[in-house]
Design a protein around this ligand. Sequence first.
Ligand SMILES: C[S@@+](CC[C@H](N)C(=O)[O-])C[C@H]1O[C@@H](n2cnc3c(N)ncnc32)[C@H](O)[C@@H]1O
Length: 376
Amino acid sequence: MKTELSLFERTLTFHRFPIRNNELLQAWDAGDEYLISHIEELELTSSKRILILNDSFGALSCWFSAQHQVFMMSDSFIAHKATLENLKRNSCNDVTLLSTMDEIPNEIDLVLMQIPRNNRHLVWILSKLRQSVDEKCPIISVNKAKEIHSSTLQLFEKYLGDTKTSLAWKKHRLVFSFANCTPVPNVDEEVRWEVENEKMSLVNLPNVYSGESLDQGARLLLEHLPSEDLTDFIDLGCGNGVLSIKLARLNPNASITCVDESFMAVEAARRNLNNNLQTQPEITCIANNCLDEFETESASFIVCNPPFHQQQAITDHIAWQMFCDSKQVLKKGGKLLVIGNRHLGYDIKLARLFGHTQVKTVASNNKFVILQATKY
Ligand SMILES: C[S@@+](CC[C@H](N)C(=O)[O-])C[C@H]1O[C@@H](n2cnc3c(N)ncnc32)[C@H](O)[C@@H]1O
C-alpha cells in the first residue's frame, strides 16, 4: 500500500487512522490529487484562509498548511485524529479542526470539499456555505465522477449557487461553485420522527446514521434488550441513541455512556436521551474511536450495532475493533450484546475472542442475528 504522495516535487507521508497491520487502503485518493494539482496550477499567493471540508485522513490539510491558514471541518472524530497524526508525521503547520456543526470561520478565501456520501449532510453543508461565505469565494468540490449525478448538481444549484463541472481525471470530477443562490436557503438541522410502539421521539442531525428512519437491526435489538438492573452500560456506535434510551428505561439505575465517531451522532444521542427519559441518570456522550483509552474492566454491559463501512470502504475491521475493545473494557461477568446481518459471521469472531461456550444467540430473523458474549 502506497503511503507517499509525491506531487510538484514535494513528498508527504500519509497513514489512515487507526494504523493497521497489512493495511490495503491508501490515506488519500485521486480526488485529493486532482484538487491539489488544480490549486497548485492557480499559483495562489500565500496566507490564504482555506476551508477544507471532509478531508478524509488529512492529506489536503497537510498539503495546504505549508503556505496557507487551513480550517479543516469534518463530522468525523477519526478524520480529526488522522489529520492531527499526519500533520505531526510531516512536521506541518497547525490547522484549526472544526466539526460540521461549528460556525464557518469569517473571511474564507477558498473552500475545498470532498463531497460527502450522505445527501442530507451535503445539503446542510451547502446551506451553511451559502450563509457564511462571500459570493466571490471559489468553492471547489470533488468526488468520483460516477457519484456526481445531475441530482447532486441540482442540490449545489439550489442550496449554494452557480455550479459547473470539470472534465474527469482518474475517474474524478471537480465541481466549481459560488455561494450566490437566492433566496438564501434555510435548512433545519433536525429531522424528528417517532419510534413506533416505543413512545420515543428522536431528533436526527444531518449526518446521523439512519437519520430518516429506524435502522432495521436496531428495530429488532429494541425487542431484546435486557432488564437486569444494570448499574452501567455503554452504547458503542450509538448513532441517535435509540438503543440507550430503551436500555435506560429498562434499567433506570444505570449510568449511560454513548460513544460514536460522528460528532453529530454524539450530539443527537445527548439531545434524545435528555428529551426521552423521565429519570435523570448519569449520561456521558463522547466522540471517540471505538473504546480507545477507556479503562479496562470498567463496564458491566455493552450494546453494539456495529458499522460495516469506513467512509467509502466496506470493511468489518471496525466491528472487530469494537469487539476487541469491548472484551478489554468489560468487567469479569460483563456482557456484550451485538446485532449483525447473518452473513457477517460475528458469531465466529465473538467465539474466537470470548470462547465458544461464552457466546449465545439471543434472537434471530431471516436477516439479522443478536449475539451475547460474556467475559469470564
Ligand atoms: C450501524 S450504526 C448504529 C447506530 C445506532 N446504534 C442504531 O442502532 O441505530 C453504527 C454507528 O457506529 C458509528 N461508528 C463508526 N465507526 C466508529 C468508530 N470507529 N468508533 C465509534 N463509532 C463508530 C457510526 O457513526 C454509526 O453511528
